[in-house]
Design a protein around this ligand. Structure first.
Ligand SMILES: [Zn+2]
Length: 154
């Protein structure tokens, strides 16, 4: 059965499984008892499966979990929204600044920021050194000595 999303004017966002023939019918808000019509998004489908030991659980994705724990599921849903928010912010930032993905760095609170040219250069230098050192370590061509010389300790 499809799952429909409802957004009440009181602010409550909720979902209900409903038969398709009742898709356009209003439901009663669980918080304020107003009549709410479904969001105009495509309905998602709830799998009509018998729960087993294995299977998706507590993903926070409505209609996907076999045996969702409402608390963990709600927490997961909140985290997925956070991820989506960051991705949207990242896309907007790239679009607004004309920067590329490699021009971005993460801030301590998980946001994105565009690096200054000197930060970008330092980041690239460090990355190249890392790759060079790893290549040498893998092929046993003096990776430690290479790193030490680059870091001025050799
Ligand atoms: Zn309401």
């Amino acid at each position: 059965m499809p799952v429909f999303e409802y957004h009440c004017s009181c602010g409550l966002l909720f979902e209900k499984m409903r038969p398709r023939r009742k898709a356009q019918e209003a439901v009663t808000c669980e918080r304020c008892a107003q009549e709410v019509t479904p969001e105009l998004s495509a309905p998602r489908f709830a799998f009509n499966l018998t729960p087993t030991d294995s299977g998706p659980q507590n993903t926070g994705v409505a209609g996907f979990d076999f045996k969702p724990d409402p608390v963990i599921g709600a927490d997961a849903a909140r985290r997925w929204k956070e991820v989506a928010k960051r991705q949207t912010y990242k896309k907007k930032l790239l679009h607004a600044t004309g920067a590329e993905g490699k021009d971005l760095s993460r801030t301590f609170d998980g946001d994105y920021t565009v690096m200054k040219p000197e930060e970008r250069l330092a980041s690239e230098t460090a990355r190249n050194m890392h790759h060079e050192a790893m290549d040498r370590i893998r092929s046993e061509k003096g990776g430690k000595e290479y790193l030490a010389s680059k870091l001025g300790k050799g």
